[in-house]
Design a protein around this ligand. Structure first.
Ligand SMILES: C[S@@+](CC[C@H](N)C(=O)[O-])C[C@H]1O[C@@H](n2cnc3c(N)ncnc32)[C@H](O)[C@@H]1O
Length: 208
């Protein structure tokens, strides 16, 4: 635990929903991030927070962290969350795998949301994909027992890779995506669906 990371007073929203990381050498002090301790869910590559802000609004008894590497997009976590008066939403500017591996304390997330991650369609670039053979292990270390990974993409090839790596992992079993979750669309999802491109969706539960 790192005592330097910001503490939020009980019942009070943070002034800026973007977390100021004073170090990336130690895991986050989750207890200091949110005014009310609650189960934690994380969206990796949260983009403009269209999904996350709305889903956090609908689930006030859950705390949410959005991880995003682009500052311009991350600032929308703050803008949208502040506009809605959310106390259960924070954003972190960092690379997703690094966040899972080094900043998120082990076995603390009850769900990971990964929606429309960059598909890296060229064969020689596929090694950059977030969901690869190593990902189920990273996700298992991040999740609480029974925690769930929720996946969405428009890219059939990437979807095949996602489902293959989770099918090969004995730690996970397929799980349905609740309708209340599926109905909250992301920014990219809205654009794709408007063009007639359907959402490919899967979810995997960590065995207890
Ligand atoms: C295609 S967009 C999807 C955004 C959002 N999830 C949605 O569905 O609207 C992918 C997002 O992930 C972010 N991203 C890509 N690779 C990342 C990484 N390794 N770490 C953190 N963010 C990443 C990008 O900056 C971008 O905002």
């Amino acid at each position: 635990m790192n005592p330097e990371l910001p503490l939020t007073a009980p019942g009070k929203a943070a002034d800026n929903l973007i977390v100021t990381l004073s170090t990336i050498l130690h895991p986050l002090n989750l207890a200091g991030l949110f005014p009310v301790p609650s189960p934690l869910e994380v969206e990796l590559g949260c983009g403009d927070a269209s999904f996350l802000a709305e889903y956090a609004r609908q689930n006030p008894r859950v705390n949410f962290i959005g991880v995003e590497r682009l500052l311009g997009r991350l600032q929308k976590v703050h803008r949208k969350g502040s506009r809605l008066g959310l106390k259960n939403l924070r954003g972190v500017r960092i690379e997703s795998s690094y966040f899972l591996r080094y900043l998120l304390p082990p076995h603390t997330a009850s769900a990971l949301h990964i929606y429309f991650p960059d598909p890296w369609p060229k064969k020689k670039h596929r090694r950059h994909r977030l969901i690869n053979e190593g990902f189920p292990g990273l996700a298992a270390a991040a999740l609480v027992p029974g925690g769930v990974v929720y996946l969405r993409t428009d890219d059939a090839d990437y979807f095949e890779q996602m489902t293959a790596v989770f099918a090969a992992s004995p730690q996970f079993q397929p799980d349905p995506t609740p309708e209340a979750l599926a109905s909250v669309l992301t920014d990219f999802e809205r654009d794709f669906n408007a063009q007639g491109i359907p959402t490919l969706r899967a979810a995997y539960r960590l065995r207890s």
